[in-house]
Design a protein around this ligand. Structure first.
Ligand code: MIG
Length: 648
């Protein structure tokens, strides 16, 4: 029983599965005033002028969420403007840090609105539109609060080592030839690569759990061929099952009653990529087990990695909204992003025998798809697997990672990537990352290089782009040396990145933190948002501006400044305070904290060539605890930590 966390219920709701710890019920909710509103509750907590409010995972704006309005309502909308209230996930955990420091998790599967000092209101104002369980987390610092929370929601998903390698993706690779060409491009350019994602075009007419036989005549043989080159294949799986008489998955789903029902009690029909589809009722354990089993067609072919998409769920139109203002008409007031919102009231789930409208449980749909996949893969495979999803809710971090959806090739979204990482980590999602280079739009050489220099530190490191954008694979650009430099840095850093990720997961801590968490007494560090702590040893201060020759860096203490120029590391002492540091394209500068060490490994073309035990130590520390295992077995423990001492 955890006593530093208490829970308070305000109305009933379907279980979300977010909190796994036993938590005591409290008497009266502290910090917040409570007011019933509609079918839900409004919570208000005054803020002091200097309070920082952390959390909310995958949302826009800064690490400090003050000044914004955020709506937890999972949405497929690629227009990630600063004031965009909803993205693909709902992560309802905040930490108020100031004179009073505490965390609050609003555990509700329905819509919730967070106004955090919005318009200078001077308060946190949270409307939960349906029943909610509020968890209050106490702790002596924001970091301590987060660590308690992470323990309560359970250990992060653990990916295999190869999932920390570099992945290339593009919506539009359609057949074996396209994929071979990508692998060859990277190999010829001397750039490392661990996996290539297969987007929806690999399927037969976008039908889940099929493979287009013309494009991939022998998937199993192709997987072997690519693995021989050190490259794994990572297919996409979408949430909807195509209405396709004769398709075994469809037939079984219909026959067993596994799909969500429309408001008239028939299987709900919604159009997504394959045309009309049914949505598996992922909230039911037997449906999850059934869906998870379907991955066998791919695991039988030797595949060990997947990404789940369209699981908000995205709905282009449905049997109810078809023709309303035209199919996929942006002019329709009900049309948001890629979805008619009204459709979320048009279908139902079955929770323990009771019919529940989708609207009531909207935010846990995608999370349960991830859970279905993970439980299926746990049964189908022996080792760890790569799994990341677009939609999520806290709790899904135990089953897979997430990527941050359809960003664009713009400098603002590069910055947003940096700002989102610590917020995601606070909500459990350690294994996350953005589409490097941007999904929509055309990435310039400069933007992609700067982005690679950020993603080189994020656990999920994938270059992904949309159909119709300019080619975004690193080897397509001139001046390949610069790209090679950053990609090879990632592989040199893998002994550290892998070790720090695994240690963070094992100890219920974050992998990427705001500067404020490392230097809570430093008033200036508390305000810095464009520098991050990565693991226990590193501080990164990436260049996020177009045309910049370098940037201003604030160091809360003296550190070792390390410059990677593509061939070697050079180190020098940097004093505490503000510096201008020059960072030419293709170089990466980062800092090793005082008294810490960084283990770096040798060059590799894929993780299969990495020897994580052969490391050199940089920095002025004495010891480093390295987590080391075979990168695949599921039994992970603190026994895998070895102590490294600085030589000489
Ligand atoms: O409606 O599968 O976010 O990564 O490439 C677009 C095609 C559907 C959205 C995903 C994106 C993916 C794309 N998908």
């Amino acid at each position: 029983m955890i006593t530093t966390i208490k829970k308070y219920s305000f109305g009933a709701h379907a279980p979300t599965g977010a909190v796994t710890a036993q938590v005591e019920e409290g008497d009266t909710l502290p910090y917040f005033s409570v007011q019933a509103e509609g079918q839900g509750t409004r919570f208000r907590c005054p803020l002091e002028k200097d309070d920082v409010v952390y959390g909310l995972g995958e949302t826009m704006r800064g690490i400090d969420k003050r000044g914004g309005r955020y709506v937890s309502f999972n949405t497929d909308n690629p227009h990630h403007t600063q004031d965009m209230p909803s993205l693909y996930g709902s992560h309802n955990f905040i930490v108020v840090d100031g004179k009073k420091t505490f965390g609050a998790f609003f555990d509700t599967p329905a819509r919730a609105v967070f106004e955090i000092d919005c318009g200078g209101s001077g308060e946190v104002n949270v409307l939960c539109e349906r029943g909610v369980t509020v968890y209050i987390v106490e702790g002596e610092s924001a970091h301590a609060v987060v660590r308690r929370f992470l323990r309560a929601v359970g250990r992060s998903y653990l990916p295999p080592l190869w999932a920390f390698g570099f992945g290339q993706s593009r919506w539009g690779y359609k057949d074996e030839r396209d994929i071979r060409r990508i692998a060859r491009g990277y190999a010829k350019a001397g750039m490392p690569l661990d996996y290539i994602c297969m987007d929806i075009d690999y399927m037969d007419r976008y039908i889940d759990f099929t493979v287009n036989k013309k494009r991939f005549p022998d998937l199993k043989a192709f997987v072997v061929e690519m693995k021989g080159k050190g490259v794994r294949l990572v297919p996409i799986v979408d949430a909807g099952i195509k209405v396709e008489p004769g398709d075994p998955v469809y037939e079984e789903g219909v026959q067993k009653g596994y799909f969500c029902k429309n408001i008239e009690g028939k299987d709900f029909c919604a159009a997504v990529w394959p045309g009309m589809t049914h949505f598996p009722d992922f909230l039911r354990p037997e449906v999850r087990a059934w869906f998870g089993r379907q991955y066998k067609v791919y695991t039988d072919a030797g595949i060990e990695g997947f990404w789940n998409d369209m699981n908000e769920p995205a709905i282009f139109y449905s049997e109810y909204t078809k023709g309303k203002g035209g199919e996929r008409s942006e002019g329709d007031p009900l049309y948001r992003g890629n979805t008619f919102l009204s459709d979320y009231r048009n279908f139902c789930h079955n929770i323990e025998g009771k019919e529940v409208n989708h609207w009531e449980v909207h935010n846990i749909f995608g999370a349960n798809m991830t859970r279905a996949s993970a439980e299926g893969l746990d049964a189908l495979l022996n080792g760890r697997y790569l799994l990341f999803s677009r939609s999520s809710y806290i709790g899904a971090h135990r089953y897979g990672g997430i990527w941050t959806g359809d960003n664009a090739s713009c400098w603002d979204h590069l910055r947003q990537n940096v700002l989102q990482m610590p917020s995601l980590n606070m909500c459990g999602f350690l294994f996350s990352g953005a589409d490097t280079g941007g999904f929509g739009g055309n990435a310039s050489r400069e933007l992609l290089l700067r982005w690679l220099a950020v993603s080189a530190f994020t656990p999920l490191f994938r270059d992904h782009a949309s159909k119709g954008t300019r080619p975004q694979e690193c080897f397509r650009f001139r001046g390949k040396k610069d790209f090679r430099s950053i990609l090879s840095l990632r592989y040199r850093l893998l002994p550290y990145i892998y070790s720090e990720f695994m240690k963070a997961a094992l100890s219920f801590d974050m992998y990427m933190q705001p500067l404020a968490f490392g230097y809570p007494q430093d008033a200036r560090a508390r305000r810095v948002e464009d520098e991050l702590l990565v693991g226990e040893s590193l501080l990164i201060a990436p260049v996020l501006e177009k045309g910049a020759k370098g940037r201003r860096v604030y160091l809360p203490e003296a550190m070792t400044e390390v410059r990677w120029d593509g061939a070697s590391f050079s180190a020098r002492q940097a004093a505490a305070g503000e510096h201008f540091v020059k960072v030419p394209l293709g170089e990466v500068v980062f800092y090793i904290r005082k008294g810490k060490l960084l283990p770096v490994g040798g060059a590799a073309m894929h993780t299969g060539e990495c020897d994580l035990s052969a490391v050199t130590l940089l920095g002025d520390g004495e010891e480093y605890e390295q987590y080391l295992d075979d990168g695949l077995t599921r039994s992970v423990s603190e026994d895998n930590i070895r102590l490294l001492r600085r030589q000489g």
